[in-house]
Design a protein around this ligand. Sequence first.
Ligand SMILES: Cc1cc2nc3c(=O)[nH]c(=O)nc-3n(C[C@H](O)[C@H](O)[C@H](O)COP(=O)(O)OP(=O)(O)OC[C@H]3O[C@@H](n4cnc5c(N)ncnc54)[C@H](O)[C@@H]3O)c2cc1C
Length: 433
Amino acid sequence: MSGIQVDQATRRLTRRPDVVVVGAGIVGLAAAYELAARRLRVCVLDGAEPGAGQSSRNWGFVRQQGRAEEELPVMMEANQMWQELPGRLGADIEWVQGGNLRLTDQPQRVDEYRRWIELARSYGLDSRVATPGEVTALVPGFTARYELAIFTPSDGQANPVKAVGAYTRALGHLQVDIHTGRRARRIVTAGGAVAGVATDGGFVAAPTVVLAAGTGSGALLRQLGHPVPVHFVDQTVALTEPMPKLTDACVWTGRVGFRQTANGQVLVSSGGRGDLVVDPASLAALLSPRQVRQAVPMYWKNREYLRIRPRQLMGSLGARHHDHLDGEMRYDDVAQALDAMAEHFPALRWQPATAWAGTIDATPDALPILDTVGPSGGVVVASGMSGHGFGIAPAVGRIVADLVTTGTSHHDLQPFRLRRFVDGAPKAPQHLL
Ligand SMILES: Cc1cc2nc3c(=O)[nH]c(=O)nc-3n(C[C@H](O)[C@H](O)[C@H](O)COP(=O)(O)OP(=O)(O)OC[C@H]3O[C@@H](n4cnc5c(N)ncnc54)[C@H](O)[C@@H]3O)c2cc1C
């Protein structure tokens, strides 16, 4: 620990935490909340501020629909937790349980969708094929052409900014300090144990660290000797001017994803398309022969959605470090999403009010990393949410709290192990697109 500056202000503020959470996105906040609810002394560090990364920039879909089998039980628990969250956090987070409607216009995908419905039903989920009449009832005036529509009524949506704000305020009530502008530089170990976190603003001592830094987790894990093959995807989102009532469902057509917010605005995104960016911290892990073998089929399966722009890719490789909180905006994606909305709703005029981009941290199998690493298992990792982390966050928070307090979880965490990228059989993403 020599050479580490102890920041008195940090010491005083944190009141000697039992756990330091790195990252105040929805995953770190949910973890801190569950830990503090179990009466642990918790402090949260963020290089920027709560929700600065993906957690305030996402679509706000809280969906079980389309998830990989491994993730489904965790997401189903998260769905139950979302239903209780407004009451637990004492805040309006615009939670609406309006279902998730997903269409495919690709005949070759129909069997895949039907198989997923069977899988979901075997877990007791209320997913089903939706008839054309049901689709019209769910989204009146919607004229999209499709081969098959599937619907999960128990799915929902929430306002990401309000959800982050609600967790942040609830943590304040639980006496949890959130230090903004405190970038974690290194997780410090000493004498076979975790000692704490070295930050921009000094050292925070704690025996346990929760790593929930989203796009920032890779660099910290690599320092601990765990290079992770995480890649980033920049995605653009737009919000329209308020529209007449369209639907309570979250809808995804392959060309566009949308949901209507509480004030009538419609959040639109061009169906999940994004630009591939490489995290320099993950480069060596990504270029291992095993990952290259896995990446090619993964890219091929998702080539409709995952774009490679050579200049952007080269730029990302040249950078020494990426914060990657805001991503690079694609105005052509905004135009494409609004064109799709105009085609799907010919009677309506679509005007964008604002747009933004975000950067997704994704693993090769699109499953999160939920694991315990470091000396004496003192580092609990909750990262690599692969574009699904808003919905699943409450349950991930509970898993983290279980790992910290008991070392186990009632969920099977085998599929989410960090070392699966090294010792497991390579696996392509199994979620539905
Ligand atoms: C455009 C877009 C649409 C999406 N849509 C959905 C959706 O509809 N449904 C869904 O479930 N998911 C969606 N996602 C994914 C979801 O938003 C993320 O999986 C989730 O927000 C991840 O939360 P997080 O807390 O892990 O990461 P983040 O929200 O990215 O938070 C990480 C935090 O860590 C901080 N940090 C980073 N490095 C450091 C460091 N070294 N020290 C201290 N702090 C650090 C950052 O400042 C940041 O605040 C979407 C994502 C994007 C970008």
